[in-house]
Write a protein that binds this ligand. Structure first.
Ligand SMILES: [Zn+2]
Length: 483
């Protein structure tokens, strides 16, 4: 069984902003001109958000799973569409971590820990956490908290934002670590943070209701978490200074009463996502995963039982028990031919069975209905590579990486296809893009320089590599100026 670890539902990084002991004189922000200013503009938030995201990619186990990304992104954007005061784009992503946690930061980035899925009992419960985080972004709590902090300390706003970037860069970082280590010294900010929390609950529950989820899921989930802490013999240090207070639960319960009660059927997609996490990202043995599916299926509504079959199929597939996996997946796809969870698993299965051509046909058919879908496209490119149709794969991936430049999967497959074709320069260029996404600017520039040296002198290709080197140098300068 999965170990239930306890931590707070929202380790909002606003809480991490306790008086940092940094020298404001050495940390300046020349490029975007805020050193003297006491407010952050939306543009500045976007720049910081992008920088934080790059640091997280290099320091956290981010789950680059196209199917799970599609699920959380769909859920997140359904909520965003029903939120007020949306001023930034939103990006939802998953971190492989069994601690229950979610956090949001500048630029509309919202992180969900995989452990959250095992704890939330319904899609509405998960959505209540996501809606809460969205509200932190739309209400600009982090910026407001930093502005407040800057007023009360000798550090400038830019220095505070930069110190957070440095904190993320530290190897053992992650938001939880930052929050935990500074919790003891955040008495000055804790009230402010609590008011942020309540505001995020208030806006979050409105969004939840408007988006068609169960408003009562929020107090239900918070209440269950609070119950666990109450009986925890050794709560994490952070909870001693930053508990999930009873009044927050009472407030959200009262607020939920203001909305018409709604009882939704359990969501199949939510349960498919959970099953996929248990099978692939929970770090447990096959036997334990099968036990989990058996146990959870017994309590599940008939409409979601397929999710546990799917989970079993994944475990079989990953353990090379291909016949068992095949039996289950064929039944599942028969009942739901356009389901991306199933198409993705079957595509892997056919590859494992050395029948990648079957996967190609299946995906081509599915892509007629949704041509640029990331899950289908990534699987399709992967299948083409397995079939040694590397030129075709290149065409698909060049377009994909152009449309989805922040998806590491696309660059990885592009690198792979180029290796098969013996195109070392293009392989280096693709890997350089992954490095740049992780703020490893020097190495990215080094790879592009090597690519340029390999390219024909004066060729268009070489000009493209050189132009990219110039861009990366500018990005590196801007990035370093933020710290
Ligand atoms: Zn919060």
């Amino acid at each position: 069984m999965l170990k239930r670890t306890r931590s707070m539902v929202c380790l909002c990084i606003a809480a991490a902003l306790s008086a940092p002991s940094i020298n404001a004189n050495t940390l300046e922000l020349p490029d975007i001109g805020t050193t003297a200013s006491s407010t952050l503009t939306i543009d500045q938030e976007l720049i910081y958000g992008d920088a934080y995201m790059r640091m997280l990619r290099s320091s956290q186990p981010i789950v680059n799973d196209p199917v799970l990304n599609e699920y959380i992104s769909g859920l997140g954007h359904r909520l965003v569409a029903n939120a007020d005061d949306v001023k930034t784009p939103f990006t939802f992503f998953m971190i492989r971590d069994r601690n229950i946690n979610a956090f949001a930061f500048f630029g509309g980035y919202v992180a969900l820990h995989s452990g959250l899925f095992l704890h939330a009992q319904s899609e509405s419960e998960l959505a209540s956490v996501v809606a809460h985080e969205i509200a932190h972004v739309t209400q600009r709590h982090l910026a407001r908290s930093m502005e407040e902090q800057a007023r009360r300390s000798p550090a400038t706003l830019a220095a505070l934002a930069g110190s957070l970037l440095l904190a993320i860069a530290s190897p053992q970082a992650g938001m939880a670590a930052i929050t935990a280590t500074t919790a003891g010294s955040m008495q000055g900010t804790i009230n402010y943070t609590r008011s942020n929390e309540k505001e995020a609950d208030r806006f979050g529950i409105a969004t939840l209701a408007k988006a068609g989820f169960e408003p009562k899921a929020m107090p239900r989930f918070f209440g269950r978490l609070a119950d666990e802490y109450r009986y925890a013999s050794k709560p994490p240090p952070m909870l001693l200074t930053h508990p999930l207070p009873e009044d927050r639960i009472t407030d959200s319960r009262a607020r939920a009463q203001n909305y018409p009660a709604r009882r939704l059927d359990p969501s199949l997609n939510y349960n498919l996502a959970r099953a996929r996490i248990v099978a692939r990202y929970a770090g447990i043995q096959a036997k334990a995963a099968h036990d989990w599916f058996d146990r959870t299926e017994k309590k599940a509504a008939p409409g979601v039982k397929a999710a546990f079959q799917y989970g079993r199929a994944l475990v079989h597939l990953d353990n090379n028990e291909l016949d068992e996996a095949n039996k289950i997946l064929q039944l599942l796809i028969k009942g739901d031919a356009s389901n991306h969870f199933y198409l993705d698993a079957l595509s892997d299965l056919y590859i494992a069975q050395k029948q990648a051509d079957k996967a190609q046909q299946m995906l081509e058919k599915a892509m007629k209905a949704s041509p640029n879908n990331p899950v289908l496209t990534i699987n399709y490119a992967n299948v083409l590579i397995k079939l040694e149709k590397n030129q075709e794969a290149l065409r698909v991936l060049q377009r994909y990486t152009h449309d989805n430049p922040n998806d590491v999967n696309g660059w990885q497959l592009l690198s792979e296809a180029n290796i098969h074709l013996g195109q070392s320069d293009e392989d280096l260029a693709a890997r350089a893009e992954i490095l740049a996404l992780k703020a490893n600017w020097n190495k990215a520039i080094q790879y592009y320089t090597q690519a340029s040296q390999l390219a024909e002198l004066g060729s268009l290709k070489q000009a493209r590599y050189d132009a990219r080197i110039d861009q990366l140098m500018v990005q590196r300068e801007r990035f370093l100026a933020l710290q």
